[in-house]
Ligand binder design. Sequence first.
Ligand code: ZN
Length: 466
Amino acid sequence: MKLPVKLTSLAASFLFLCCSSALADRTKLKPGINSFSTQQDIELGRQAAGEARQKLPMCNDPKVDAYLTKIGMRLVDHLNTNGVEYPWEFHCVNDKAVNAFALPGGFVFINRGAIEAAENEAQLAAVMAHELSHVALRHGTNQATKAQYAQLGSGILGAAGSIFGGTAGSLAAGAGQFAAGSVLLKYSRGAETQADVMGTQVLYDSGYDPRAMAAFFESLGADKTKAPPEFFSDHPNPDHRVERVDEEISKIGGSPEEGTRDTAEFESIKREVLALPVITKPVPGAATSKGPAPPPPGSIKVGPPSTSMAPLKMQSLSLKYPDNWNRYGQDNDVTLAPDGGVVDAGNGQAALAYGVMASVARLEGNAPTGSEALDAATQKLIEQIQQENASMHVARSAKPVTLNGQAAMSTYLSNDSPAGGHETDWLVTVLRPEGLVYIVCVAPQSEYDRFERAFANILDSVRFSN
Ligand SMILES: [Zn+2]
């Protein structure tokens, strides 16, 4: 079913209606064309947020999330959602990039990099007010609506299907990516300006100093030591951004004398965030050619794994791991590593030098069964891992084993270790209804013997859910 819509005529409705009369009249903003209901915004956003939480490294710090929620809800109280009650959620993402995004329906993700780059609470609130404005103005599904009209011409469900079809059809998307975001977060420059303007209004109404919006952009743009201000990589940088914010402040009636700039709580949370372990989603031994030279072999030492085990419950399985190891991630994407086991491979990209990753790769089409399917899915996974690890090769080819009574494949891979020298990666794969469960045990080749017993104990402890 094609819908006869002229994009040019629609474009007019995305423009905000500016009022030229009184200086104190704020810019009025309203959502653009949208073929989704607000209930569908919430459903789409909730699905995409689940995917984001699985694919992105989360801070997993309840104190930080509670603080983000407190600021977020203070802003929401002054956000015009046209009467829609969204199920607001605020999460900290353990990613050093200065970025934040909000999915339709009110699922807001703030990178630690944005918290660390903010000079005070008002600047963090500015980033969040910008994100909340994308939600209130429904920019995500507005964008999906335009994509739908332009390309698909199909009904609402067709658009939703195309957003999530991309996910189900791919085996383990790359680190730090999630498919739904590629449609729901592709905002136009016009949408960015709208979010800046509405965000400035929300800041003002919430008692924050609205100049923080412009100050945050300026401080990032001024840092010439960094690559081009790729800030808000999900948000194209509109022209004259700072000027437009300043203009809105004068329309509102100037900056309030008493506006909140900073709080002791912000400074305390910022310190807590700065102390979080640096971890983007680790890939086994991701020593890339772009990173710094790896340290000489043997220069990174980690302590022996404890023989006392801690329990871990994932969505698809449970297992036990040495209780002196750290746990990163959640749901079906967990990394377990001793202190010093996660290494910075450069550019804030974390690499696993010692430890275990457990995850689930989704499979194309209906879940296949049988040993041939397991073999094929395992080969495909290895190809994916090799794409991110150029030096990775198979050291001992796949052979059938069992894991918790299930048919499994055991493969040994070899790679450059981010700790220097070579590493051994023991990969065990099992086909389950939800996809290919894989567990990778990683240690430098020269020290593999020290960890082999712990790896075997972890694998022995695996129990699949239901
Ligand atoms: Zn934006």
